[in-house]
Design a protein around this ligand. Structure first.
Ligand code: GLN
Length: 269
């Protein structure tokens, strides 16, 4: 049996080499590698080596195995979806709290893998969601995730450009983790080597999507409805101002698990 410890030594690009090696070997074996006590076949060994080589070259584990856990659920990924981040659970936890016992109609803009809208439908059993993205490839991952999480009939897909398309109306919640990194920084980001720049680049100041989405969201929300954004850690003041300028009230900012401002939300009176 090839030792996980030896495999992990190859992964010095990673903060979690042993865990990565275990996840990659588990992917090859189809079950938890730590519970398999036998020699690898030469075919398994070759496949494991190929996955280790991709990880050595810096590719994130989530892309190599094609999926990531978020809010305790599984999400399939492809090259057009950002990898769901634990930070984004801040938005979902907030919405689960304020929508407890309700059956909101949700619009998830720039949905990527669909992790926000799908988690809301899973945990709020009366919720219905429209998952919208400009990328057909992201929408195909979201479609797979609707099936995987058994939410057909509760979550539907829409191809939508937030800058030019109408959002429709009658929503109780509009939520979005839009691209919010300023263009120059996005290009230089290490994560942009593998993750889609389209999902990261928020224009010169990083705020383009907030400016485009907020006034349209105001028109699309029911009275009492909420607009909830993921934001960059230095954007709380700027995004709060955009929300206030467009008529939103009760603006709140929430921090992520790392203590950075990560969510800005407002209510339509
Ligand atoms: N949080 C992501 C990152 O830091 C950015 C996500 C986004 O632009 N929406 O890589």
């Amino acid at each position: 049996m090839v030792s996980l410890r030896e495999a992990a030594k190859r992964l010095n690009c990673s903060d979690t080499p042993l865990l990565d090696a275990r996840v990659l070997l588990s992917h090859v074996l189809g079950r938890d590698a730590a519970l398999v006590f036998r020699e690898l076949t030469s075919d398994e060994e070759a496949r494991f080596n190929a996955l280790l080589a991709r990880r050595e070259a810096g590719e994130p584990v989530a892309y190599i195995v094609g999926e990531k856990e978020f809010m305790g659920l599984r999400f399939r990924l492809n090259k057009s979806t950002l990898i769901p981040r634990p930070d984004t659970e801040t938005l979902v936890e907030y919405l689960l709290d304020v929508c407890r016992g309700q059956s909101p109609r949700v619009l998830d803009l720039c949905c990527g893998s669909g992790c926000i809208g799908i988690s809301l439908c899973h945990y709020l059993t009366g919720a219905k969601a429209v998952l919208a993205d400009i990328s057909p490839e992201a929408l195909s991952a979201a479609a797979e995730n609707i099936r995987l999480n058994a939410l057909k009939g509760r979550a539907e897909l829409r191809r939508l450009d937030v800058f030019t398309d109408d959002f429709g109306n009658g929503y109780d919640v509009i939520v979005s983790n839009p691209p919010y990194i300023p263009t120059d920084e996005a290009k230089a980001l290490d994560v942009a080597r593998f993750e889609p720049i389209l999902a990261l680049d928020g224009g010169k100041t990083g705020l383009n999507f907030y400016h485009a989405i907020t006034p349209k969201a105001y028109r699309s929300l029911n009275s009492g409805g909420r607009l909830v954004f993921e934001i960059g850690y230095e954007q709380s003041e700027a995004v709060s101002a955009v929300l206030a300028e467009n008529g939103f009230e009760d603006i709140i900012i929430k921090k992520d698990f790392g203590g950075n401002c990560r969510m800005a939300a407002g209510t339509k009176p």
